[in-house]
Design a protein around this ligand. Sequence first.
Ligand SMILES: [Zn+2]
Ligand SMILES: [Zn+2]
Length: 215
Amino acid sequence: MDTKITIVYDNCLSKEGLRTGWGFSSLIETEDAPALLFDTGSDGANLLYNMKQLSIDASSIGVIVISHGHFDHTGGLSDILEINKKAVIYVPASTAARIPGRKVVLVSQPVQISEAVFSTGELQGIEQSLAIKTTKGIVVMTGCSHPGVGTILDTASCHGRIYGIIGGLHGFHDFSRLDGLSLICPCHCTQHKSEIKRLFPEQHILCGAGCEIEL
Ligand SMILES: [Zn+2]
Ligand SMILES: [Zn+2]
C-alpha cells in the first residue's frame, strides 16, 4: 500500500457501527508523511467517535486541511484541536482563520503540503481541493466542489494524469468531464450520485463513513 484514504465522516454509511452526519471528512495516509485529515464534518463528537471506531489516533494527525469555511467541513475542527496539539492547519485564505497558538497556513496559491499531497490553491475565492500523487496517478480530493469539478480537475492536472476523484461534487452534471477516470467516488453533497453510478459502473465506488480506498 502506498496511499490509503479513509472516509471518516459522510452523509452516508459504509461500515456498520459508525455514525453518519451531514458533512465530510477523510483521512489520507501516504508513505513517509504524517496522516492528513481533510475536513472535519459538521459535528466534533461524531467525528471523534468514528475515528475511534476506525482506530485512527487523532493526536497523531500531522496536517489538517479545511477545504472551505462551511460548517459541514469545519464543525469538528475545535474538538479535534483539543486532542491534537501539533497539526499544521491549511485553510483557504478567504476564511482569514486564526487559531491562537496554532500554525495556520492561509492558502491562496497552489502549494505543496507533503511529499505526495498538493493543494490546488483557493479556487474561485471559496475552496481548495487536494491533488494526491499515487502510483496509479493523481487522485483529486474535494470538499463540496463549489468552484466546479471541471475547474478543479483542470487545476490538479498540472501534477500529472488524473486517476480518480473522491469527495463532494455538489450539483455537478457535466458528466463527460469524468470520462477517462478510473476511480469515481462521489460523496457527501453530490446531487447526482445515482446518475454517476449508472454512467460509470466500473469506476464508481460507493462512498460512506468507513469506506477505505487503497491505491
Ligand atoms: Zn459540504
Ligand atoms: Zn460547502
